[in-house]
Design a protein around this ligand. Structure first.
Ligand SMILES: [Zn+2]
Length: 400
């Protein structure tokens, strides 16, 4: 079994050891050291990375049958002496998040009697799951207490306590999977005592800050997302960048930002309503204009119109209003990278909209379909001239 030195000192990042086994782990190169400071994935804390004799360590895990620590490497290394370096940035980040989690968990117990039933730590997020539905003011209460513990600079210590001597030690929770004669207990001053095999800071002040950034309540539970230390700082910087961009764009202060956005949304809605009213009125005139210039063939009035300022929905609305009149066939087009052709015929018309569309697509290209009353197609790039040529060919296909 590998000696796990990170249990006694989580601040050592360069060390000498001996590679006692060089192996293939599930198709990847790996080594086992006689002693290691590399933390293997476990207890909700991800593995360390780093190098051994200059070779990158990609993953670290515990081999189940003998509890040896397996270091998965980018390339093979022989047995013999090893110089190893742990990626301190990643390790210290895990120490900050993990110790912060101990404190926040205990803070929720102390303030609102909510127990942590889940913990997740990844490069992107840190969360705990509480067995209670807690509200914003309760979260703020717990967060305040957690940060008081951080600012108090309490010593964080690890002790191996024999099972027989556990009575009287106020341990928050003993994980069920932990067996063995002794229990490793992590204490944050006298604020929290937790059985844990992870890596922790030496003083609560090294966490810097614990900030809850999100809470999701679901089925009587609450998922609390938070950031500690450097992650909290990075989160603050990111939010500052965003709010500075917004306050500058809106020429407003941070305190007035939400109000400014609400006002902007209200303005936009009012303008949209006004635009819809005007568009409706304009459409009315457009229908009259197009009908007056329609080409008459027997009992049929043929309207052709192409314009790139219309949306498909607007063109459809125009076609609908045109064909509310009896005996109208509307051939409408929108040029662009994905051009559109719409053919609609009044109820009872002898003209088949599909056949007219096919004639247009014969010139334009593209595909489409529909019913005898309405057909739509296109999808190919077309400028206004080629679209007009296609509509003209379609008009020619209509027999009187
Ligand atoms: Zn821990």
């Amino acid at each position: 079994m590998t000696q796990r030195h990170y249990l006694t000192d989580s601040f050592v990042t360069r060390f000498e050891a001996t590679i006692v086994e060089s192996l293939d782990h599930e198709g990847r190169h790996a080594v086992i050291l006689d002693a290691t400071y590399f933390y293997p994935t476990g207890g909700g804390q991800p593995n360390d990375t780093g190098t051994i004799n200059g070779i990158p360590v990609l993953d670290v895990l515990t081999r189940p049958h003998d509890l040896a620590v397996v270091h998965v490497l980018k390339s093979a290394l022989p047995t013999g002496p090893a110089h190893a370096e742990v990626n301190w940035r990643r390790r210290f980040d895990h120490m900050q998040q993990h110790t912060g989690q101990h404190i926040l968990t205990q803070a929720f117990v102390t303030t609102v009697n909510a127990a942590t039933v889940g913990f997740h730590l990844s490069p992107d997020t840190v969360t705990i799951d509480l067995d209670n539905a807690v509200d914003i003011s309760q979260i703020q209460q717990a967060e305040r207490l957690a940060n008081e513990v951080v600012f108090s600079g309490l010593a964080v210590t690890a002790r191996e306590i024999p099972r027989g001597e556990l009575e009287g030690v106020r341990i928050r929770r003993i994980p069920e999977h932990v067996t063995g004669d002794t229990l490793r207990v992590i204490s944050v001053g006298d604020f929290d005592h937790t059985a844990c095999g992870g890596t922790h800071v030496a003083n609560s002040g090294q966490i810097g800050l614990i900030k809850v950034i999100r809470a999701d309540r679901k089925a009587g539970k609450t998922r609390i997302e938070f950031r500690c230390g450097t992650r909290a700082l990075e989160d603050y910087s990111q939010r500052l960048d965003i709010t500075q961009a917004l306050t500058s764009q809106l020429s407003t202060g941070l305190a007035e930002l939400a109000e400014s956005v609400t006002r902007l949304q209200d303005d936009l809605k009012a303008q949209q309503r006004q635009r819809n009213t005007l568009a409706g009125e304009l459409l009315h005139y457009k229908v009259a204009e197009l009908l007056s210039s329609a080409e008459t063939r027997g009992d049929t009035r043929i309207v052709t119109f192409a314009d790139d300022s219309y949306s498909v929905a607007e063109m459809r609305q125009l076609a609908k209003q045109l064909t509310e009149q009896p005996g109208v066939v509307a051939l409408l087009g929108i040029p662009g990278d994905r051009s559109n052709v719409l053919v609609m015929a009044s109820a009872g018309s002898a003209v088949d909209a599909r056949a007219v569309l096919d004639a247009a697509l014969g010139v334009l290209g593209g595909r489409g379909g529909g019913s005898s009353a309405m057909a739509q197609g296109g999808g190919v790039p077309a400028d206004i001239d080629s679209l007009r040529r296609a509509l003209s060919a379609a008009v020619d296909s209509i027999t009187s």
